[in-house]
Design a protein around this ligand. Sequence first.
Ligand SMILES: [Fe+2]
Length: 234
Amino acid sequence: MVFIWISADPRFDGEPPEPPPVFDGVVGGSPKFVDRMDFDAHMDHAVVGLMDPTHAPYVHGQWWSRKARGQHDKAKAFAPTDRGFVMTRHPPSKSNRLYRLLGGDPQTEITFALPGQRWEHVLVGKYQVLALTCLTPVHDRKTRITQIVWTDHWVAGLLAPWFRRMIRVFLHQDGDMVNLQNEGLKYDPSLLWIDDADKQAKWYQQLKREWMASRQAHRPFKNPIEAVILRWRS
Ligand SMILES: [Fe+2]
């Protein structure tokens, strides 16, 4: 992976003031799966779509990922991190068959960090899965989604072609939603965000505002997020 620091000052010439990101998890070696797709969306819409916790049963509702029927009340603990927030380690939804494929008793942790990185780290017995999604702005109406998965779980080798296809299907489904959303955004509506389901989207905006304010004032970034339990139904 190549991370590029883009300074707000076009004449900036020197070492980036921030180190490249470090992703938790100790799955070594090269990635098992890499895929990417360009979405016709501004970076902000792509980020918010990515972290929307309730879209999965509507957008990714295949037999292998969700039960056909039945949504459940969710309560998830969140905490601030260096440049974002984390959904703290928890057993994933029982209705999600992807996790059930891993067997055992999986525990997952999902982290978001500015500018647009989200990674899920699953521990199941001695095995790990680290799934990283990076968003790269191409221009103000195009965003590249890069999906990278490392794992030492035996099931990934066994079902590699199927997993590869599945990642593709997921990306296409999100891309189709972006295209539908663009139809609505043509009319420049004010976006209706609902707590707690859209709290992460609001945090993203707060993080960005604080990042820019702290850069302008030449002071350290101070994470505005406080630890909280969010509840929604999905
Ligand atoms: Fe999605």
